[in-house]
Design a protein around this ligand. Structure first.
Ligand SMILES: O=P(O)(O)OC[C@H]1O[C@@H](O)[C@H](O)[C@@H](O)[C@@H]1O
Length: 298
């Protein structure tokens, strides 16, 4: 099925010859690859790019793009059961999503809707580990705000359970002078700590002085305060019990082949997620939507 595109959207060949949709409106520009339904760019008019993509990112079948907004589904990290990973973070970011709708709204914002079903992942090797019927629908709205809404429907006859994250890589001038507000008092699991899985409690704003890899119990708004750039990125959300904050710092950066050794100061991931004990369980016919909205302010 070919979908009619508004004038503000073009279909093109992107990096690695992968199909990409590029949006250009008076409000913003943006880009989404069908591979992984991966949003790789969003730049509101008059602003600097908000999403970060590594200069070493790999674009190709079987590769997850390093940067932008990878979709983690139906597991997060290594998942809650043995036998899911590798790959980390599920198969959705490796899968061929389909464009099912493209709409320009009266205010000039553009929504691209992509879909992935169990049938679409028949040839994705990692999907064999989670053999459940589902339909995932991802509505991406590029405007003065970026809105990402991931809906998963259980189309089978048994219960399904999954984890999910919108693993957003945000561009910052210097992570060492960046803070994340909104998580004060939240408990978190520190995946970077040697001390084990005991939850800790956030005191004040999150600052970055070492590898940071934390899953916060937080359903509320977070704000990335990028002091050196003089801008703030607000992340408002619905249907999400966790906020994950990640920066690999030096050693982990050096260990990743698709991430430049010196790139770590220029990004921070603030992820809208339902992981671990907040995994979503759906009865047959049920659906769940997780939404993240990003806005830039000075
Ligand atoms: O390298 P990946 O699979 O894209 O994952 C990047 C990071 O993603 C984060 O969400 C995880 O908490 C980290 O542990 C992980 O290292």
């Amino acid at each position: 099925m070919s979908i009619a595109l508004p004038d503000s959207v073009i279909a093109a060949e992107g990096e690695g010859d992968l199909p990409v949709l590029r949006v250009a409106t008076a409000l913003a520009t943006g880009e989404v690859y069908l591979h992984g339904a991966h949003v790789t760019a969003w730049t509101p008019a008059g602003a600097d790019p908000v999403l970060w993509v590594s200069g070493s990112a790999r674009f190709g079948p079987g590769e997850a793009i390093r940067g932008g907004v990878p979709i983690c589904f139906p597991w997060f990290g290594t998942g809650r059961e043995p036998g899911l990973a590798p790959p980390a973070h599920g198969f959705a970011r490796l899968a061929p999503w389909r464009l099912v709708a493209a709409e320009e709204h009266d205010d000039g914002a553009v929504t691209l809707t992509l879909e992935l079903t169990a049938a679409d992942v028949a040839d994705v090797p990692a999907a064999a580990a989670w053999p459940h019927p589902f339909t995932a629908t991802y509505a991406v709205t590029f405007g003065r705000e970026l809105t990402l809404a991931l809906t998963v429907e259980n189309t089978g006859e048994g219960e399904i359970s999954y984890e999910e994250a919108l693993h957003t890589y945000l561009a910052v001038a210097d992570v060492r002078t960046t803070t994340v507000q909104g998580l004060d008092g939240a408990t978190y699991l520190d995946k970077a700590a040697d001390g084990g899985p005991e939850p800790e409690t956030q005191r004040g704003d999150v600052t970055f002085t070492a590898e940071t890899d934390r899953v916060y119990d937080s359903a509320g708004t977070a704000v990335v305060v990028d002091e050196s750039a003089g801008r703030r990125i607000g992340i408002d959300k619905d249907g999400s019990a966790h906020t994950v904050v990640w920066n690999p710092w030096t050693d982990k950066a050096a260990s990743m082949p698709d991430y430049g050794d010196d790139e770590w100061p220029t990004m921070v991931c603030v992820e809208t997620a339902n992981a671990l004990d907040a995994a979503i369980t759906l009865a047959p016919g049920e659906r769940h939507t997780m939404t993240a909205r990003y806005a830039v302010t000075r």
